[in-house]
Design a protein around this ligand. Structure first.
Ligand code: ADP
Length: 160
């Protein structure tokens, strides 16, 4: 059984994330989407909302599960789930610099866990959770960029 994890904030999940998940699960038997929750980080959505929206967005996929990791290193979480790889998505050179450093650090901490990079689909290279939140905040239409549930949730968040 080859298991991988895909850690991130997913605040909120976008179509770019879903694309990485769909492609990633084809390479492994099982993929855990790991929603990181860090007490020092500010999120727009609550942990419960992020979990619910992420589950909804991947409900059509077999062998994908959504789990939560609180204040834990990705490599330690991977080990605890019996995973052999950590997925990350790469959109740009800016992503690369950060991700490369993180992958090196993780390799030092846990040499047996591989970081696997999937390059973003060209349709989604400009998509980030922050851009989505910025558009939604000013009442822009995000329906082409995120799963339906996310678009609805953002609307209610910013209408409040
Ligand atoms: P983090 O806070 O850990 O960066 P994110 O939820 O923003 O978490 O992203 C999780 C992973 O998904 C990261 O590897 C990020 O580079 C990748 N990612 C984010 N947006 C996209 C996208 N549009 N296409 C491909 N990968 C993406």
């Amino acid at each position: 059984m080859r298991t991988a994890i895909y850690p991130g904030s997913f605040d909120p999940i976008t179509n770019g994330h879903v694309d990485i998940i769909q492609r990633g699960v084809q390479l492994f038997d099982q993929l855990y989407i790991v929603l990181s929750h860090n007490v020092n980080k500010r999120y727009l959505l609550t942990l419960e909302e992020r979990v619910e929206l992420t589950k909804e967005a991947v409900a059509h996929l077999n062998d994908v599960q959504v789990v939560v990791s609180e204040n834990m290193l990705s490599v330690d979480f991977a080990k605890s789930m019996g995973a052999i790889a950590i997925f990350r998505g790469l959109r740009s050179v800016t992503d690369f610099e950060y991700e490369f450093a993180m992958a090196m650090a993780n390799r030092k901490l846990a040499p047996h866990i591989e970081t696997v990079f999937l390059t973003a689909d060209p349709t989604y290279t400009y998509l980030s959770s922050s851009v989505i939140k910025e558009i939604a905040k000013f009442d822009g239409d995000v329906s082409d960029f995120v799963p339906t549930g996310v678009a609805h949730k953002l609307k209610t968040k910013f209408d409040d």
